[in-house]
Design a protein around this ligand. Structure first.
Ligand code: GDP
Length: 371
């Protein structure tokens, strides 16, 4: 905590005037907070976490995810041990990515879809990837009013997007969270992302089925959804197919189906389907689940389900190497100093960017061997 107890946090201009010199009472019950901190102090062992997770203990699952998300080295190491123990118990879920522009109805859809899955005796975990949430303080899944019924269902576990770091960092944390959720017995994992940035590629690389939610009546502009995202989806659902929008949704379905036919067929032989649904009226939801099940059955029969996961694992290994190298390099204190010097030389045109980069890399890898 940056502020001392009783000290006021810097305030943005507010309609509520605070008179100078009048100390404001702390909004925190310090004694209770102290007890809480004390209670939380003794860190549990990796084995305790794992036992709890395998028993389906949601509190321990949440706490382990907090360790994954933490920037503390000791937390990171503990989290890695927990993940390693959990890996043999993971991999048994169906992982579904869900994307679409803000307002398309993602959280309303996940609420309806999640309920439908629970009715079929599934246990679902809902995760999110939103690299922007560090700035906007959780623009997706952060809002407690979202997914109201699902969030209190004992067969659902909802976790907002990890809020800090680069897309690579956020994606890694979500992948690790998937492992823990699977070990905790959630057999369907939904990963939500906003369909506007590069986060779709990250989600696509960690799910078995990628569902794109769309709206009708947006013409040919594909609603700001990039062509690449449409190309990567395994299925599409035109949401808000209700009321006056019903006919338009039907027309959009045909339009998108035609658009999808223009893409080269996937190596798996799967042809992405376009369906319509109303997340509010809960229509078209079972059909979407049927489509996903059909995909799973067909892909498993062909072996593509497993091979897609295998190539995701390879991609993950390479990604981890790249991320780790980058992180170690930039956090090296000698390199940090050298970078500043190189930037000065660059500004004075005493060196080219390539020479500077080569010198820095040589210094890191050769002079200091593997630090
Ligand atoms: P998100 O930003 O993609 O998560 O979208 P939300 O789930 O928050 O939904 C955005 C708005 O669309 C909300 O006002 C919802 O009530 C509304 N909405 C979501 N699904 C439907 C639907 O199937 N039909 C209609 N008519 N409105 C919907």
């Amino acid at each position: 905590m940056k502020n001392q107890p009783g000290q006021q946090a810097p305030r943005t201009p507010s309609a509520l005037k605070v008179n100078k010199g009048i100390p404001q009472p702390s909004s925190l019950n310090e004694q209770a907070a102290g007890n809480f901190r004390l209670r939380r102090k003794p860190e549990l062992s990796a084995e305790t976490y794992v036992r709890g997770i395998l028993d389906g203990d949601r509190v321990l699952l949440s706490r382990a995810i907090t360790l994954i998300e933490s920037s503390l080295k000791s937390h990171y190491e503990l989290a890695q041990r927990i993940i390693e123990y959990c890996i043999p118990y993971s991999g048994n879920s169906l992982r579904i990515g869900i994307t679409g522009v803000p307002g398309v109805g993602k959280s309303t859809f996940i609420e309806a879809f999640g309920k439908h899955l629970i009715e079929q005796d599934h246990r679902i975990a809902v995760l999110a990837i939103d690299p922007s949430s560090g700035i906007s303080r959780g623009s997706i899944l952060g809002d407690k009013t979202r997914m109201e019924t699902l969030s209190v269902d004992e067969n659902a576990f909802i976790r907002p997007s990890p809020s800090a770091g680069s897309l690579g960092g956020v994606a890694r944390k979500t992948r690790e969270t998937i492992i823990l959720c699977e070990a905790a017995g959630f057999d369907i994992v939904l990963v939500e992302t906003v369909g506007v940035g590069q986060s779709e590629t990250a989600v696509h690389s960690m799910v078995d089925f990628f569902l794109l939610l769309m709206l009708a009546g947006a013409g040919d502009e594909l609603q700001g959804i990039k062509r690449g995202i449409i190309e990567m989806c395994d299925g599409m659902a035109i949401n808000k197919a209700d009321g006056d929008n019903l006919n338009k949704a039907g027309a959009a379905r045909i339009q998108y189906e035609n658009a999808l036919h223009l893409f080269p067929p996937a190596a798996s032989g799967w042809k992405p389907q376009v369906l319509t649904c109303s997340a509010i009226q809960k229509t078209g939801i079972p059909e979407i689940w049927e489509m996903i099940l059909e995909f799973k059955t067909k892909m498993q029969a062909k072996g593509t389900f497993q091979s897609r996961r295998m190539s995701q694992e390879k991609h993950r290994m390479h990604n981890t190497i790249t991320e780790t190298l980058k992180e170690r390099f930039y956090s090296d204190t000698i390199i940090e100093k050298m970078i500043k010097e190189a930037e000065d030389k660059l500004a004075k045109q005493k060196i080219t960017p390539y020479q500077a980069a080569r010198q820095l890399l040589d210094s890191y890898f050769n002079d200091n061997k593997l630090r």
